[in-house]
Each structure stands twice: as C-alpha cells, then as structure tokens.
Design a protein around this ligand. Structure first.
Ligand SMILES: [Mn+2]
Length: 297
C-alpha cells in the first residue's frame, strides 16, 4: 500500500525548502467574513484531499512526482484578539522570509489575505507597476464594508491605494460605488461575466500581452456555482472550468510578464466530502502545471 503524506500536496513525501521550486503557504484566516464561514479550513482540507489527484497532469504532461517540487510552509494562524492588520503584517513577514526564485502559491482563507501576500512580495515602488489579475464574482473595491476598512470586500481598494493595476474577470456583483470608481479609473479593467462571451478573445490577447510584474488572485466564486458551490458568497453565471483554464493558460504562457505568485481564496471545505474539495485542488495543480510549463520552455 502506498503511503500518503496528508500534510503535503499530492500526498507526496515532504521536500526541503532548498530543493523546492514552489512554496505552498497555508493562510487559514476568515475573520472578516460577512456571510458563509469556513474558508479558514480550506488549506488543511486541500492538503488532505490532494492525494486523490493524479500527480500527472494530462494537459501539460507535468508530473509533480518529478517536478516541480512543492514545499509546504508552516501555516500563518490568526491569534486571539488580533486585528486583521496584525494578521496581514505577519503574513507579509512570512512571505518576506521566503527565499526568492520560488513560485509562491498561497491558499486562504478569505480574500483579505491577498493584501498581506502582495505587500510581502513587492516594495512600495514595485506595487505601482504591479498588475493584479483577479478571477472573482466581486471587485472587492468597496472603501468600507459594514464600517470596516479591512475586509474581504475592501481588499482590492486597499491595494488600489498603493497604485496597483487590476484586471478583474467574471465580475457579476458590485455596488454602484465600485462601478463608478472603476468607470473613471484607468487602473481598473473589469471583464463582467455577462459580456465575457463577447470579450473573450480581447481578454485572452490582453493577458497574453501583459508585461511587468503580475500577481494572480483566484477567488473560487469567480467560477460558476456548477463548478464550485462551496464558497461564502456565491453568484450565478460564473466562469466555466474551460474559461478559467483559458485565462490561466494565457497568463502563464506569457513570457514577457513575470508571475512570481498566485493565490486561491474563499473556498469552503465541503461539509459532505468530497463535494468541491478535489476541484479546488485541481485549480492549484493546474496553476502550478501551467506555471512550470512556462518556466521550462
Ligand atoms: Mn469574491
């Protein structure tokens, strides 16, 4: 009988950080959630479930049993009574402590964790040249959600203030405030779900032509609920699996931009496993397979 390592991705034997090309960073944090809870359990469930996946990716022919090697970093756990900003600062510190030249794949947790990751990865100057490609039903550009500045619904507004640019894909739930903000802001480009079919080629060309630093933030509610329903604030009419993969493929095969990191957020482990658990694992393995294929060409 094969032995699986339940705390490693794909259940593979642990590898040393020095020998890894990918760092998997668990961020079990869902403090500011306003509706469905439970995304804090996602990193652990995803690791536990991932041994169910084949290490071989049928599309890219990457075999994770060979390469790339994945190092699972210690989780950054929230502390009792700690404000969200305290947690985010510790996430940034954990990211800064990682050796460079490794791909960082962070798994939330709620979407607010993206702020901590991005601040840890890039200096203030670099943030002004960073493009965040966000697959999401929501813009997360609200200034304050229920009076709270630091929330899953405000995370991109906080990053916008640092000068980041945004390409938001699959949006189908936003406030008038966010709509008007995006309309007048050259740094925000929204590909709404209802027009995605028409603008698909334009979007893929845009992604294939991106230059500079790019960060990929994958909120699972960007997908259609028929693909992933296990998320805090689901919305109908999201991206199909194939549409989402086309987006990731276009991005990771673009050699003119530099993608050092990605995240997967807002996934809630299924109360009746497997549910969507293995689908969430497969998003991660696909992102890594596309990234690795882009590296080795
Ligand atoms: Mn969302």
């Amino acid at each position: 009988m094969v032995e699986y390592f339940r705390d490693q991705f794909f259940g593979l034997p642990p590898v040393a950080l020095e020998a890894a090309q990918v760092v998997f960073l668990p961020l079990p944090f869902d403090l500011t959630v306003t509706y469905g809870r439970g995304s804090a359990g996602a990193p652990e469930r995803i690791l536990e479930t991932s041994y169910q996946l084949e290490t071989f990716d049928e599309e890219t022919h990457v075999d994770f049993a060979e390469a790339p090697r994945i190092f699972v970093a210690p989780a950054v756990h929230p502390r009792d009574g700690e404000p969200p900003t305290g947690y985010l600062a510790r996430v940034s510190d954990a990211v800064r402590d990682l050796p460079p030249a490794r791909f960082l794949l962070s798994v939330g947790g709620e979407h607010l964790v993206t702020y901590g990751i991005v601040r840890g990865l890039y200096s203030e100057n670099e943030l002004r040249d960073l493009t965040i490609v966000q697959i999401d039903a929501h813009c997360d550009l609200i200034d304050q959600l229920e009076g709270e500045q630091w929330s899953h619904g405000t995370v991109m507004r906080r990053l916008l203030a640092h000068g980041c640019r945004f390409i938001q894909i699959g949006v189908r739930s936003l406030s008038k405030e966010e709509y008007l903000l995006a309309q007048g802001n050259p740094n925000i480009d929204i590909y709404y779900a209802h027009e995605l079919h028409q603008r698909r080629q334009a979007l893929l060309s845009r992604l294939a032509d991106l230059t500079g630093d790019v960060y990929v933030s994958f909120d699972v509610d960007g997908l259609d609920p028929s693909v992933i329903w296990s998320t805090g604030t689901p919305q109908p009419d999201g991206l199909s699996w194939q549409e989402a993969m086309a987006v990731l493929r276009a991005l990771f095969s673009n050699r003119r931009c530099c993608i050092r990191a990605a995240d997967l957020v807002e996934f809630i482990p299924d109360p009746n496993p497997p549910g969507c658990d293995t689908t969430a694992c497969k998003i991660i393995s696909r992102m890594l397979a596309y990234w690795w294929t882009g590296q080795s060409r």
